[in-house]
Design a protein around this ligand. Structure first.
Ligand SMILES: NC(=O)c1ccc[n+]([C@@H]2O[C@H](COP(=O)([O-])OP(=O)(O)OC[C@H]3O[C@@H](n4cnc5c(N)ncnc54)[C@H](OP(=O)(O)O)[C@@H]3O)[C@@H](O)[C@H]2O)c1
Length: 249
């Protein structure tokens, strides 16, 4: 029986991915910053393990607790929305710590076992922001574009060992905790300094008027497809809005 380790399974796409792999008969190591029960099905094939991707000791401890795994899904991520002029560099660094360096560090910790075994898949969850023109996301988009570049190069150096690296690019979803987190703890004038306000309102209005959104299950199914694909496809858009953007490119 195969084992998948997924980061950020307390909600949203990560939780749906854990549920999907479990339903398909896999062993699931569902990692959370703050492990809690009641979020995921109770099962002897599903283990909740603590993991904060910004803490090296936490990554080491989680992998020790997990034992051998076949697939790593780097799903944990934080949002960042706002005008770049109003964004502090401290905030930009925090976003990169999770979305970019957290993904790299967790991947690096898993690679020795994949290389030695001659098999394994790393799936990095980025975003459809990498596919289209998305204002108000300069820092977030940069953090995810970095992982697109990282993954495409990493895939080449892992291929000789029978190990795969791929990205899943989810579209926008308003039902995960993500959009609420995007504005939480941020003062409105930091998010959008006054001179940008009229333009930013138009951008936000057109975003919320978008007709197609991604569902949590779209992402879980795309991760499943990415894990099983053997054609060499590197990028897997997930959800109708992301697929549309990928085709329009
Ligand atoms: N929703 C969207 O519109 C959208 C669109 C495209 C891409 N994405 C990407 O999809 C992924 C999942 O997002 P989501 O929409 O499911 O949002 P979500 O419901 O907010 O889930 C994010 C998950 O990441 C975890 N996390 C945050 N920082 C972490 C850290 N330092 N270490 C470990 N876990 C951490 C959160 O854990 P806590 O509960 O402990 O905070 C949570 O479980 C993210 O990578 C996001 O960038 C989302």
């Amino acid at each position: 029986m195969k084992t998948v380790l997924i980061t950020g399974t307390s909600s949203g796409y990560g939780r749906a991915t854990a549920v999907h792999f479990h339903a398909q008969g896999w062993n699931v190591i569902a990692t959370m910053r703050t492990p809690r029960t009641g979020v995921l099905p109770e099962s002897d094939r599903l283990r909740v393990v603590g993991l904060d991707v910004t803490e090296p000791a936490s990554i080491t401890a989680a992998l020790e607790a997990a034992g051998p795994i076949d697939v790593l899904v780097n799903n944990a991520g934080v949002p960042s929305i706002g005008v770049f002029e109003g964004t502090s560099m401290a905030h930009a660094r925090e976003v990169f710590e999770t979305n970019t360096f957290g993904v790299m560090a967790t991947t690096q910790a898993v690679l020795p076992q994949f290389r030695e075994r001659g098999s394994g898949v790393v799936v990095n969850v980025t975003s459809s922001v990498v596919l289209g023109h998305m204002p108000l996301t300069a820092v977030y988009k940069a953090s995810k574009m970095a992982i697109e570049g990282f993954t495409s190069s990493l895939a080449l150096e892992l291929a000789p060992f029978g190990v795969w690296a791929k990205t899943v690019q989810p579209g926008a979803c308003l039902t995960t905790n993500f959009s609420a987190r995007a504005t939480h703890d941020t003062a409105p004038d930091e998010l959008v300094p006054a001179p940008y306000a009229p333009w930013a309102k138009k951008v936000m209005d057109s975003f919320t008027a978008q007709e197609q959104f991604t569902k949590e299950t779209d992402v879980a199914e795309a991760v499943w497809r990415a894990v099983h694909d053997t054609t060499g496809q590197l990028r897997f858009p997930a959800g109708p809005d992301a697929v549309w953007l990928a085709q329009a490119k």
